[in-house]
Write a protein that binds this ligand. Structure first.
Ligand code: ATP
Ligand code: MG
Length: 495
């Protein structure tokens, strides 16, 4: 294949979202094409059309000049087009190997599990993305699931590989590994489409950058374009990065964890930390080193096996999610699809999920829907959530807009402590700046923030103090300017 052309593609979602408006795009063999755009710009929709998941309302898809009809992802893979989705599409209860070959075994072939696992492991090593083929997918961390998705597409012989925000869940080392694979693929004459919000990655990996805004192609640039210019093209105006002002710490302890241990793989071992009012405490660490356990312990959804948790100076005797929320701690969960939103429910229901009673919208068993919707509309405007209406289901929003719903809901509860776990994963530059601003505002009002993030840039940019988590332990503390030391601690090297 030399090229895949998308010509004049339109896609509208009822009632009034024009996700793609006359988009034309050429994807060339031997090239890494980066697609940039704000949350909701239409990147995923366009690539879902190219990979047979979504039908366009209008437009043509040509492979080397021949029109293709893509009725399903199976059709697309038959034409060598494979997509790794932003929201995983693996089957949790099956093994890695089963997921990789599913729908691809060939008629009547008996699934020999042992052989299958060996074959998939061998293949994954060959492409430089190691996976443990025998494990069940629901036992894997998100980064590992991402690898499985990529292995799956490559196993099926993709000549055009579409990666929708593949690094959002990868560690820096895993990202380097992925980039090597991507470059090898391009060198071998395959085409790669790379969607990312991380501009420095785009400039590192892409041969060509195309920018979408509101469902249209607005610009094409070389990868050497200054990042500020790319950001401005995406958003349609200059983007300001909020900066951290001097600490306003009041010295009162908002949250304290002492000798906290919990089960899990990895869980926490004897973690102690103090977070004061008016400060942002960063928890740095490579994904999979106890961040999830910490997040869940703080939110009261994972019990402590020993140690204590105190909020506002008083030790909690019985830890439960409800008690913790009542005491003013809210969480922006890392797994927003599982823990953050109820996908089939509407935007307004999601925004008011916990607060119908507090705000007096639910009384004596009656729901004041109109008042609740009005409140939701205010939040939609305040946080710049892009949706058709507050009645649209959250599952239909773009990834970044789903996260905005979670953040708007949690910050609207006027918490004292915000536990923000990977809060800008998958968000565009503008939305990331918005989240950072929200967290800095919370701090400026004297609130406390626990910022759990695998993104070292984010940690150093926002935190007043940093704890480093490694294999479930705090291996060191640092100031936000001690970037190299934090990096060494993250890698488990004594610093
Ligand atoms: N199945 C759907 N039903 C209704 N609206 C949808 C559906 N899928 C996408 N949309 C809407 O289409 C627009 C484009 O969404 P899309 O997911 O393509 O954006 P994106 O550029 O990938 O954003 P992000 O960076 O957040 O992933 C958004 O307004 C989104 O809410
Ligand atoms: Mg998307």
């Amino acid at each position: 294949m030399r090229e895949l052309q998308l010509i004049d593609i339109d896609k509208r979602f009822p009632p009034n979202v024009q996700a793609c408006a006359g988009v034309s795009l050429t994807i060339r063999a031997g090239e890494v094409l980066a697609l940039l755009g704000e949350n909701g710009a239409g990147k995923t929709t366009l690539m879902r059309i190219a990979s047979g998941v979504t039908r366009p309302d209008r437009g043509l898809i040509l492979r080397d000049g021949e029109p293709l009809t893509l009725g399903s992802p199976r059709d697309a893979i038959g034409h060598g087009i494979g997509m790794v989705h932003q929201h995983f599409m693996l089957i949790p209860r099956l093994s890695v190997a089963e997921n990789v070959v599913l729908g691809f075994e060939g008629e009547g072939r008996v699934l020999d599990r042992v052989r299958l696992s060996r074959e998939v492991e061998h293949f994954s090593e060959k492409v430089g993305l190691r996976v443990d083929a025998r494990r069940r997918v629901d036992e894997l961390a998100v980064g590992e699931q991402q690898r499985v998705e990529i292995v799956r597409a490559l196993y099926r012989g993709a000549e055009v590989l579409i990666l929708d925000e593949p690094t959002a869940v990868l560690t820096p080392t895993e990202t380097d590994g992925l980039f090597r694979v991507v470059r090898e693929m391009a060198a071998a004459g395959k085409a790669v489409v790379f969607i990312s919000h991380k501009l420095h990655e785009v400039s590192q990996i892409a041969d060509r950058v195309v920018i979408l805004r509101n469902g249209e192609v607005v610009a094409e640039r070389p990868p050497t374009t200054p990042l500020g210019e790319l950001a401005a093209l995406m958003v349609g105006r200059p983007v300001e990065v909020p900066s951290r002002s001097e600490a306003v710490a009041r010295g009162q302890v908002a949250l304290e964890l002492s000798g906290a241990s919990s089960s899990g793989a990895p869980g926490l071992s004897e973690v102690s930390m103090v977070v004061g009012e008016g400060e942002i405490v960063g928890i740095a660490g490579v994904d999979g080193n106890g961040q999830v356990a910490l997040e869940e312990v703080l939110a009261g959804v994972r019990p402590l096996s020993s140690g204590t948790l105190a909020l506002g100076g008083s030790r909690l005797e019985r830890v439960s999610p409800e008690a913790i929320r009542r005491l003013g701690l809210v969480r922006i969960p890392s797994e927003r699809h599982r823990d953050g939103v109820v996908a089939p429910a509407s935007v307004w229901e999601n925004l008011l999920l916990f607060d119908l009673h507090r705000l007096g919208f639910a009384r004596h068993g009656a729901l004041r829907v109109r008042a609740a919707r009005r409140r939701a509309e205010q939040l939609v405007a305040q946080y710049g959530i892009r949706c058709g209406s507050v009645d649209q289901s959250v599952g239909e929003l773009s990834g970044g807009n789903q996260q905005k719903v979670v953040i708007a809901r949690e910050l609207a509860a006027e918490p004292s402590v915000v536990v923000a776990a990977q809060p800008t994963r998958g968000l565009d530059v503008g939305a990331t700046a918005g989240v950072h601003e929200s967290l800095l505002d919370h701090r400026a009002r004297g609130g406390a923030v626990v910022l759990i993030s695998a993104d070292l840039d984010e940690i150093c940019q926002l935190s007043d103090r940093v704890y480093v988590l490694y294999e479930g332990r705090v291996t060191g503390t640092a100031g936000p300017d001690e970037r190299e030391r934090i990096g060494r601690l993250m890698a488990g090297v004594a610093a």
